[in-house]
Design a protein around this ligand. Structure first.
Ligand code: URA
Length: 321
């Protein structure tokens, strides 16, 4: 941080996303309007206020985060977390339903706040909304142990949607896309159980679900007929499915017992495990996903339960292996 703050265009509310574009396009010395929700930058492009305040250093032509001003109004914090429209969030606060515990707070107590426009640093902030504790997350990354007889669709046809297993704020978080809230990273069939990731971070979803990224997913397969080495060899060598002449192969496959296999896939085609097992003359009776990338489904997460992904989970999921 330079000492001479007068050389900085003071405060520019912009989403983090915009930082690079500004750095690249904005010429040093240009003025930037400050303090608008729909901030107009020197690029004349309306930038949607997200959160975070940054400083533009005209000398260095770079943006600097300033820890003094990394604040956001409480009503906007609540809105960003999915607690309803800004008006609803302001109402919740004014009616005394919201307490906050700041990361920097020395006595680690929740303090009631009835001022909708009060400023807080969102990172590390703990909210208590209508008695429910909610840690601030700039982006949502969650893990669900999908139970059987649930559908991954938002509009299920026969069974309840997996989204009903998540608390409303996760389903209502505002996003820049047409769909609100977290989205599943790929889909599992209604009868498949196990590890399902959900997020509102489009890049994260793409990185983990795109067939081109080859993220390994491990399935435990229970079969109708006994499994044998000939079937395993065929699965490893590659089988042809009805929709594509190019063979698909299991990256790994091993027999667990007479009717169970461990199978690793890196593509994620429609009903891929079931169709591959059918192609070698067997049939899937039960399917459970136990691992994505380098992360295992935690043993203490019961079917139907969800939890936030923590930093070490994300490091495992984001590392290539
Ligand atoms: N393969 C399938 O056949 N079903 C799933 O749910 C996942 C992979």
């Amino acid at each position: 941080m330079p000492d001479d703050h007068s050389k900085l265009v003071p405060l520019l509310p912009i989403p983090n996303r915009t930082v690079k574009r500004l750095c690249a396009d904005d010429s040093a010395g240009s003025r930037v309007k400050v303090g608008h929700r729909q901030a107009l930058t020197a690029q004349k492009t309306p930038v949607r206020y997200d959160w975070g305040f940054l400083l533009w250093d005209n000398n260095k032509s770079s943006l600097l985060a300033d820890p003094r001003v990394l604040t956001m109004q409480l009503q906007d914090i609540l809105y960003s977390q999915g607690f309803g429209t800004r008006r609803v969030c302001a109402g919740l606060i004014q009616q005394g339903w919201v307490s906050v515990r700041e990361a920097s707070s020395p006595n680690a107590e929740y303090v009631l706040c009835t001022e909708a426009t009060a400023g807080y640093e969102p990172e590390g902030l703990l909210l208590r909304v209508q008695g429910v504790d909610w840690p601030f997350h700039a982006k949502a990354y969650v893990l669900l142990h999908k139970p059987a007889s649930t559908e991954c669709s938002q509009k299920p046809s026969t069974y309840p949607s997996i989204y009903t297993l998540l608390p409303p704020p996760l389903r209502q978080r505002p996003t820049k896309s047409a769909v609100q809230g977290v989205q599943a990273v790929g889909r599992l069939d209604q009868d498949t159980t196990g590890m399902l990731l959900l997020s509102d971070d489009g890049q994260f979803i793409h990185r983990l679900s795109s067939p081109k990224k080859h993220v390994p997913k491990v399935y435990q397969v229970t079969t109708k007929h006994p499994v044998d080495e000939a079937q395993v060899s065929k699965l490893l060598a590659g089988v042809v499915l009805d929709d594509d002449p190019k063979p698909v192969r299991a990256a790994n496959c091993s027999i667990l017992d007479s009717h169970r296999l461990d199978m690793t896939l890196t593509e994620g085609k429609y009903h891929q495990v079931k169709r591959m097992i059918a192609a070698v003359g067997n049939r899937v009776e039960g399917l459970h996903r136990s691992r994505i990338g380098r992360m295992d489904l935690p043993a203490d997460l019961a079917p139907g339960q969800w939890r936030w992904l923590n930093a070490s989970d994300l490091a495992l999921l984001n590392s290539n292996a």
